[in-house]
Each structure stands twice: as structure tokens, then as C-alpha cells.
Write a protein that binds this ligand. Structure first.
Ligand SMILES: [Cu+2]
Length: 235
């Protein structure tokens, strides 16, 4: 390749890379993260996004350059040169994606292990899904509610069960998500890091009322949670 070609390709990559960065970084694609597990998942998203965008930018730059630079001129009836592969190039474009996919797999496994690491003495809430509502039982308080309340900064294990069909538990800000399969006990571990009221959504089409199968996940300061727990348990 001539020096000129490389300079132009690098320039094109820089322009496309700049556009890709602006689109990826400055547009809020996802709601702000509200859990410790979610922060790790966001890191994975960034790793996969950066790799994908880098490859996209390089491929697009080469494609655009080739379309403009090597286009058939008017009156050009010639066939292209017969080219039969390029072993070294093929080895490179096999080895690099293999390394990238391995990097994504290893970091995903690390995040999965960390996100499923249960601290001893953690809080437990039993979650029941039924057409078309959620209910939450707090074994330590002996109460059941229609909205999920949790203290901020404390790891909780949600034990999910379904009364009828498959549902799916999802709070977008927490990033983690779990199908609730009838006849099985599913677990989801989450450590809320942000107080507030978040939408809790069923994301498995579970029947006519699926779209309204929503509840709130309310994350409170620890002392507020304790006050609510004491008041509700006393009723
Ligand atoms: Cu549902």
C-alpha cells in the first residue's frame, strides 16, 4: 500500500471514529445505573461497544475508500485482476476476532462470578409473579406487599417464583434481569446504589395483561427503610 493510501485511510478512520464516539458517548442510550451489578454490566457494554465500533470504523473506512478510489471509470469494460486469497491476511482476520471474542467471554465470566457472589447474612425477598401482578414477601418482617422496597447499598437475594406462566423480572436501572419459570425457584442478586422509585417491568409476553404487569421498586435510605419496615410489620 502506498503511503498516501494509508494516510487517507487513517484520516477516514479518525473522522468516522469521532462520529461513532459522539453517538455512543453523548446520547444517553440507557437509564442511569442504579445497582452495583449494573455498573459491572455497563463496563461490559462499553468493552463490547468499543470493540464493535472500532471494527465498524475500520471496515467502513476501507469500504468507502475502495468504492471511491477503485470505482470503474466510464468506458472501463475490463475484468478485475484474478486474486486467489491471501493466507497471511486470512490468518490475521481470523486471529484478531478470536482474541477479541475471548476477551469478551473472559470479562463476561468475571462479571458473572462477581455479580453472583452472595455475601453471608444478606437480605432475602420472595417475589411472586402471577398473571398479571407482582407481589413481594419479606420473610424477616412477615409481610407481603405490592411494591418492592429495599434499603440502598445492601445486597439482596430475590427468590422468584411464578404461579402460572413464564414471566420476567426487570428493573432497567439495575440492568440485571431474570425469567420466572413456573415450577422452579429462580434467584436474582442485586445491590441497589441509588434511592428512588424505579419501574419494575415484566418482560416476557405472559398473556393479555402483560403490558400492565408493572410494579415499583422503591429504594430507600436505610433509616427510612427501617421506619417503613417497623410501621408495616406492626399493622
Ligand atoms: Cu408477566
Amino acid at each position: 500500500m502506498r503511503r498516501n493510501t494509508i494516510t487517507r485511510l487513517v484520516g477516514l478512520c479518525a473522522v468516522l471514529g469521532g462520529i461513532a464516539f459522539v453517538v455512543a458517548y453523548f446520547i444517553p442510550w440507557m437509564p442511569e445505573t442504579g445497582s452495583r451489578e449494573g455498573g459491572r454490566i455497563d463496563d461490559l457494554y462499553w468493552l463490547a461497544s468499543i470493540i464493535s465500533l472500532a471494527i465498524f470504523v475500520i471496515v467502513t473506512a476501507a469500504l468507502l475508500y475502495a468504492i471511491v478510489r477503485f470505482r470503474a471509470r466510464p468506458g472501463d469494460e475490463e475484468d478485475g485482476k484474478p486474486i486467489h486469497g491471501h493466507t497471511r491476511l486470512e490468518m490475521v482476520w481470523t486471529a484478531i476476532p478470536a482474541a477479541l471474542v475471548t476477551a469478551i467471554a473472559v470479562s463476561s465470566a468475571v462479571v458473572l462470578v462477581k455479580n453472583e457472589d452472595l455475601e453471608s447474612g444478606h437480605r432475602v425477598v420472595e417475589v411472586r409473579a402471577a398473571q398479571f401482578a407482582w407481589s413481594f414477601t419479606y420473610p424477616d418482617l412477615g409481610i407481603t406487599t405490592g411494591e418492592l422496597r429495599l434499603p440502598v447499598g445492601e445486597q439482596v437475594e430475590l427468590e422468584l417464583e411464578s404461579d402460572d406462566v413464564i414471566h420476567s423480572f426487570w428493573v432497567p436501572e439495575w440492568r440485571v434481569k431474570q425469567d420466572v419459570v413456573p415450577g422452579t425457584l429462580q434467584r436474582l442478586i442485586v445491590t441497589p446504589t441509588k434511592t428512588g422509585s424505579f419501574a419494575l417491568i415484566c418482560t416476557e409476553l405472559c398473556g393479555l395483561g402483560h403490558a400492565v404487569m408493572r410494579a415499583h421498586a422503591i429504594v430507600m435510605a436505610p433509616e427510612e427503610y427501617d421506619a417503613w419496615a417497623a410501621e408495616t410489620a406492626a399493622r
